[in-house]
Design a protein around this ligand. Structure first.
Ligand SMILES: [Zn+2]
Length: 207
C-alpha cells in the first residue's frame, strides 16, 4: 500500500503551492477532482448539504461544458471551485503551449483563481506560468478513492489516520472513484459530526 500522506520533502520543493490550509481547530478542506459528473456530483452535493459542510470542486473544463447545471449547483450551494485543466492533461506529457492553453480555456469558464494539476504532475515552467495567475492547490491527504484495489473503509481508515487541522484531502466526483468515494465521504462526514469538525471551502482569489 502506498503512503497516503505526501512525504515532507515534496512540499519543500514547491513552497508556493498550497499543500495545507490554516491550522484552525477542527477545520479541514475536502476537495473533489474531475467533475462535474451528472450523477455523482449531485449525490455528493446532497450529502454535503445535509450536513452543512462545504468543499472545493476542481472541475475539468469539458465536464463543465457538458454539465453546466451541475456546475451551477456547486456555485449556488456555497462551495468553491477551481480549474483542473480543460481535458485533464498530464503536465508531464503535454507541451508547454498545449498545457497552458488548456489551463487558460478552463480558467475562462471557471474563473476562480484556484488550480490543481491533474495527477499532481506539472513541469517547473508550467507551474511558474500558472502561479502568476492562480493559486496552485495540492493536498496533504490523498484518500486513494481512485484506486480500485482499495475499499471505502480502507480509504476512510487511511484518511482519518492522516487528517490534521487544515488538511486538504483529495476525493473524486467521477464514475471510476464512486464505488469508494461515497462510503468514504459518508464516513468522513460522520466523523466530522462526532468530532465537531468542519469542512471549509477554499477561498477563491478571483471571487
Ligand atoms: Zn484529476
Amino acid at each position: 500500500m502506498y503512503a497516503t500522506r505526501i512525504p515532507s520533502p515534496v512540499p519543500a520543493l514547491f513552497p508556493d503551492f498550497l499543500w495545507k490550509g490554516a491550522t484552525t481547530e477542527g477545520r479541514v478542506h475536502l476537495t473533489f477532482d474531475d467533475g462535474p459528473h451528472p450523477e455523482w456530483t449531485p449525490r455528493i452535493l446532497d450529502m454535503l448539504g445535509e450536513r452543512g459542510q462545504k468543499a472545493t470542486f476542481f472541475c475539468v473544463g469539458e465536464n463543465v461544458e457538458r454539465h453546466p447545471a451541475v456546475f451551477d449547483r456547486i456555485r449556488q450551494e456555497g462551495h468553491s471551485w477551481g480549474n483542473h485543466t480543460m481535458r485533464h492533461e498530464s503536465g508531464w506529457t503535454a507541451s508547454q503551449f498545449s498545457y497552458l492553453r488548456s489551463y487558460l480555456q478552463c480558467e475562462a469558464i471557471t474563473r476562480s483563481g484556484l488550480f490543481r494539476p491533474p495527477y499532481g504532475r506539472m513541469s517547473r515552467s508550467q507551474a511558474r506560468a500558472i502561479s502568476e495567475r492562480s493559486l496552485i492547490v495540492m493536498w496533504d491527504v490523498l484518500t486513494g478513492d481512485f484506486d480500485p484495489r482499495r475499499s471505502a473503509s480502507d480509504c476512510l481508515e487511511a484518511s482519518l489516520r492522516h487528517l490534521q487541522m487544515g488538511s486538504i484531502a483529495v476525493l473524486h466526483d467521477s464514475e471510476k472513484a464512486a464505488p469508494r468515494t461515497m462510503g468514504l465521504l459518508q464516513g468522513l462526514l460522520d466523523h466530522f459530526d462526532v468530532q465537531g469538525m468542519e469542512s471549509v471551502a477554499l477561498a477563491m482569489p478571483r471571487m
